[in-house]
Design a protein around this ligand. Structure first.
Ligand code: PRX
Length: 648
């Protein structure tokens, strides 16, 4: 039975344990339905009191202005500062000495910072940035390991009204450079290196390479983390430990307009150029704050661990802004799940008595492969809720997660959302919904989800279609940095007035949503987004390659794996040496996350008569399937036959 069919016939459903439901923030379906209806019919009434729970330096009087669609303004005349919402507001009561971050370094070092300590660090760092001339309206690139200073750096930027643009530490110098240039960043915060599987990732060296010839970057602030040797370029480079600790731990926050830029975060679309997704201050925070406490049923004494790197949207919203705005205790772990062995995560759960654990399906499938003896070695009794995000989760992985990590007792929230949506859009409420393995369940408050056909008409139960959101929501993206036309064209033109997410989905007869995956040229490898074009451009930038087509094939662990079909120029020979060289080339151009699993050399690629590469056919070839679709527009049928023959 195919995975799709098995999901169609999934009949298992797991209601929350009674004790969980009884104590949950929302515990009845009636209440969910009433609030969901209200949030759609009257967003002002629904969102205003929630937003007022955050500290505003100037209260808002208007909630939503959708007159400039597709750019919404939320709480548009209000002012606030995100660092005040995440830190200062907690300092007058018992949360002052509550742990904000428990951090575990990969080599075994640990630190715990209370809200008061984190706030002081953020203020010192904010003052240090100001001392280096960083000011309101600037953009700062962060390229750091997963250390408390990274969380502090986001908040320090927010404090002085500079936008952060975090670039995940696995991206290459070329990718970092492209993002620094596109965002017009004038400062970079990095570290000498970070730890991953016992090795040091030389982050500062990558920054140096990325900045060659970029004179607009006046400051590189370098945290000493791994102790590795670094090159130095004064006066641009400055050590964190030489500048930050001597700063005052008081720092006046900027009063930011709700619609002022909070951050840029780059993600892949269906072209080769990454998009700088624009998130603003007020609406984003409201979305992060409210979804965090509601979907994760957050309580004051929870210890919450989201394993995502802060370099992705999940880390922005559900490691930093969402939990801290709620005064939660978060766990951060710097390194790999199998360093020094495969029991690392479960020892962390036991050590810190983690109560809520949020990870990605690819990680869960990796744990499955390592076997259930690893989690068995640790005491996981503290866990009460599990979450997953980033790609569709197959029911077997969901069931394994439930049984071996959740011990058949913890509800699982499968949360569907995107860099663009800013916060979770479709997810069960853990005290309400009987969750079904593989389903992301129900639209969150304020989310008007629908599934439509090619023409934009809603389809019936269990019919596949395109997932759209028909109303604005507070944490929605406000655009693509420097390219509002692409924003309009990419998300709002296919179905006028509706946000087109780029995912296929279906809704079953009970109203549960099932996400079927991307319908555009976006790959999802280990929950990371990459465009086929990005990888293709990297390949054709190699001297041996004339043409490349990149597709995904299903993979048991990473969800999708990259298969590249490549045609070579004269004088270049296919073979293992070139395969290795091309994989290394893509790693250098984009980063290890884009490294193809497989490279296939071919004389020509299947194309339509108008010259478009027929990726659908290549996907069949890559997955070893017979092509069932229409091949009548294929220019040269023998190409397909040859490609298949190459396989044998
Ligand atoms: O295809 C969907 C998939 O990840 C895409 C968004 O990727 P990104 O912007 O990197 O954000 C990932 C973390 C929020 C979506 O278009 N996706 C995300 N969550 C799920 C998912 N697919 C299925 N189920 C999910 N829970």
């Amino acid at each position: 039975m195919s995975d799709f069919e098995s999901r169609l016939s999934e009949s298992r459903a797991f209601p929350p344990p009674e004790s969980f439901a009884r104590a949950a923030r929302i515990s009845s379906d009636g209440e969910y339905q009433r609030l969901h209806r209200l949030s759609l019919a009257d967003p002002e009434t629904y969102w205003a009191p929630i937003a007022r729970e955050l500290p505003w330096s100037k209260p808002f009087t208007e909630v939503l202005d959708w007159s400039g669609a597709p750019v919404a303004r939320w709480f548009g005349d209000g002012e606030l500062n995100a660092s005040v919402a995440c830190l200062d507001q907690h300092l007058d009561g018992p949360r002052r000495d509550k742990v904000a971050i428990h951090w575990q370094g990969e080599p075994g070092d640990r630190r715990s910072l209370t809200y008061a300590e984190l706030s002081a660090e953020v203020n010192r760092l904010a003052n240090a940035l100001r001392a280096r001339g960083v000011k309101r309206g600037d953009r700062v690139a962060l390229y750091m390991p997963l250390v408390p200073e990274l969380a502090a750096a986001l908040l320090a930027c927010a404090r002085i009204g500079a936008a952060h643009s975090v670039v995940f530490g696995g991206f290459s110098a070329a990718s970092l450079r492209e993002r620094i240039l596109d965002g017009g960043c004038t400062a970079v915060i990095t570290a000498d290196g970070g730890w991953r599987k016992g090795q040091v990732l030389p982050l500062k060296a990558v920054v140096d390479e990325a900045l060659v010839g970029l004179h607009d970057v006046h400051t590189v602030l370098v945290l000493r983390r791994a102790g590795n040797e670094v090159a130095w370029s004064a006066p641009r480079d400055v050590w964190y430990h030489e500048l930050v600790p001597s700063q005052s731990d008081a720092c006046e926050p900027e009063s930011m307009g709700a619609e002022d830029l909070l951050f840029l975060l780059y993600t892949s679309g269906s072209t080769g150029k990454p998009k700088g997704i624009v998130h603003t201050t007020g609406g984003y925070l409201v979305g992060a704050f409210h979804s965090m406490r509601t979907i994760f049923d957050l309580k004051e004494d929870d210890v919450y661990w989201c394993t995502a790197d802060i370099g992705w949207i999940t880390g922005h919203t559900y490691v930093v802004y969402g939990p801290l705005a709620n005064g939660a205790t978060v766990v951060l772990y710097e390194g790999a799940p199998n360093a020094p062995d495969e029991g690392r995560f479960w020892r962390i759960v036991e050590d810190y008595k983690v109560t809520i654990f949020y990870t990605a399906p690819t990680a869960i499938r990796t744990f499955m492969r390592w076997g259930d003896t690893w989690p068995k070695k640790s005491d996981l009794a503290s866990l009460r809720l599990l979450g997953t995000v980033g790609e569709p989760i197959n029911p077997e992985a969901w069931m394994w997660y439930r049984e071996h990590i959740g011990q058949n007792r913890c509800p699982i929230v499968d949360t569907w959302w995107q860099t663009e949506t800013g916060s979770a859009m479709i997810a069960p409420l853990p005290g309400v919904h009987a969750t079904v393995p593989g389903s992301a369940m129900r639209p969150f408050f304020g989310v008007d989800a629908a599934i439509v056909d090619e023409r934009g008409s809603e389809v019936g139960p269990n019919q596949g279609g395109f997932l759209v959101l028909r109303k604005p929501w507070p944490s929605m993206l406000r655009g693509i940095w420097g390219d509002m036309q692409r924003f309009q064209a990419g998300y709002w033109s296919r179905y006028p007035g509706m946000y087109f997410a780029g995912d296929g989905a279906r809704r079953d007869e009970h109203g549960n949503y099932w996400i079927l995956g991307r319908v555009d040229d976006v790959l999802n490898v280990s929950g990371h987004r990459l465009s086929t074009m990005e990888v293709e451009s990297a390949l054709v930038s190699h001297a041996a390659v004339v043409e490349a087509a990149v597709v995904a094939r299903p993979d048991d662990v990473t969800g999708e794996a990259i298969v590249a079909f490549v045609t070579l120029g004269p004088g270049h020979e296919a073979g293992d040496t070139l395969t290795a060289a091309l994989k290394a080339h893509v790693t250098r151009e984009i980063g290890a996350l884009a490294r193809p699993a497989e490279i296939r050399f071919t004389q020509s690629l299947p194309k339509t008569r108008s010259g478009k590469i027929m990726r659908r056919l290549l996907r069949d070839v890559a997955a070893g399937r017979e092509s069932t679709g229409d091949t009548s527009t294929l220019e040269d049928l023998s190409v397909l036959a040859r490609l298949r023959k190459d396989e044998e």
